[in-house]
Design a protein around this ligand. Structure first.
Ligand code: ADP
Ligand code: MN
Ligand code: MN
Ligand code: MN
Ligand code: MN
Length: 339
């Protein structure tokens, strides 16, 4: 038997954006534990804005399990928060709202800033570094500094060793800003792995005394880019059947549901979706082929392939909850009849 360190990870009840929480319990198993072997656990919901003090127990239900490469005999256990009965989802449990759909695939592009001493990593104590231009996909100390690449490389290795489907990295447009991509087949897979990748990034940067700033416009109304989390999506029908008429009906449904989408695409998105810096205005829904200024970008390959393949919703922001984003996208897709 081996004593495993089980890190139970969940989303708290903070609004408008939940925080990650985690705590460890030690359990003995003969080999690396399977999901079915992991017990329910509890926590004090009054400390996470998920319960009142007088009746504070919330339940953690394991839903996904991965090895924790940073810890000897470590296990990452993604959990849903349940009511004390253990079966009713807690109101903060957004994962429970995602329809099960094995054919739904999502790819999220997480942009974020490294922050140190209250400003982006690499910004001078006063004023600004050289304006944007050479940072995006940049190389060299003056463009990316000395620590950032070390962190993103370590984070990449942690994700790959854990079995998270990390697909790539790039330095972004602003100094101190980076991106990574997570792709998953199944409606909840990419969202589970995005939350775990965020967890690994935040835990990793503790030792560097650096924070991750997920806010979509940390530098406000300046000439510095904000951060998004583009959501690339496809379904069985979109990949296998598609067609121009279905695509147009889908885009009409996206337009009709604009407000419902914006409501879950991350806080303060009006600061980011201005029509500048490769964004669309928050107030209108647009789509365009290869258009990075549209709400939904349609890849050339999609049109070439008889309107089959995947689409990119560019509106979700860096602080968005991928469960809520996936949930709303599927809701809108499912409102459109297929023939
Ligand atoms: P860009 O920065 O040009 O938008 P990225 O390479 O950063 O492109 O992101 C593209 C994303 O699209 C990746 O996360 C990828 O996994 C995802 N993707 C590719 N094919 C599909 C598909 N069929 N369904 C859903 N997502 C997909
Ligand atoms: Mn205790
Ligand atoms: Mn990208
Ligand atoms: Mn990007
Ligand atoms: Mn993109």
């Amino acid at each position: 038997m081996t004593k495993y360190k089980l890190e139970y990870i969940w989303l708290d009840g903070y609004a408008p954006a939940a925080n990650l929480r985690g705590k460890t319990q030690i359990k003995e198993f003969a080999e690396f534990p399977k999901l079915e072997q992991l017990p329910l656990w509890g926590f004090d919901g009054s400390s996470t804005r998920q319960a009142e003090g007088k009746s504070s127990d919330c339940v953690l239900k394991p839903v996904a399990v991965y090895p924790d490469p940073a810890r000897k005999n470590g296990v990452l256990v993604m959990c849903e928060v349940m009511m004390p009965d253990g079966v009713t989802p807690h109101p903060s449990n957004t994962r429970a709202t995602v329809l099960d759909d094995e054919g739904a695939w999502f790819g999220f592009e997480q942009e974020y800033f490294f922050y140190k001493d209250g400003r982006p990593l690499g910004f001078p104590e006063n004023g600004f570094p050289a304006p944007q231009g050479e940072y995006y996909t940049g190389v060299g100390y003056k463009n990316v500094g000395s620590i950032a690449r070390q962190i993103v490389e370590e984070h990449l290795d942690l994700c790959l060793e854990a079995g998270i489907n990390h697909e790539g990295i790039n330095a972004e447009v602003a100094k101190g800003q980076w991106e990574f991509q997570i792709f998953g087949k199944g409606s909840k897979k990419a969202a589970d792995e995005m939350w775990l990748a965020r967890y690994l990034l935040q835990r990793l940067t503790e030792k560097y005394e650096i924070d991750i700033e997920y806010h979509c416009k940390p530098l406000g109304d300046t000439d510095w880019n904000g951060s998004g989390m583009h959501a690339n999506f496809s379904t069985d029908y979109l990949r296998d059947v598609g067609g121009k008429a279905y695509f147009e009906a889908l885009m009409e449904a996206f337009g009709d549901a604009r407000e419902e989408h914006i409501a879950v695409y991350g806080p303060d998105n009006h600061l980011r979706l201005t029509g500048k810096h490769e964004t669309a205005s928050i107030d209108v829904f647009t789509w365009g082929v290869a258009d990075r200024g549209a709400s939904v970008r349609v890849p050339h390959s999609f049109v070439r392939n008889d309107y089959r393949g995947y689409l990119e919703d560019r509106r979700p922001n860096s602080q968005g909850d991928p469960y809520q984003i996936a949930s709303q996208i599927l809701k809108t897709i499912n409102s459109v009849p297929t023939s």
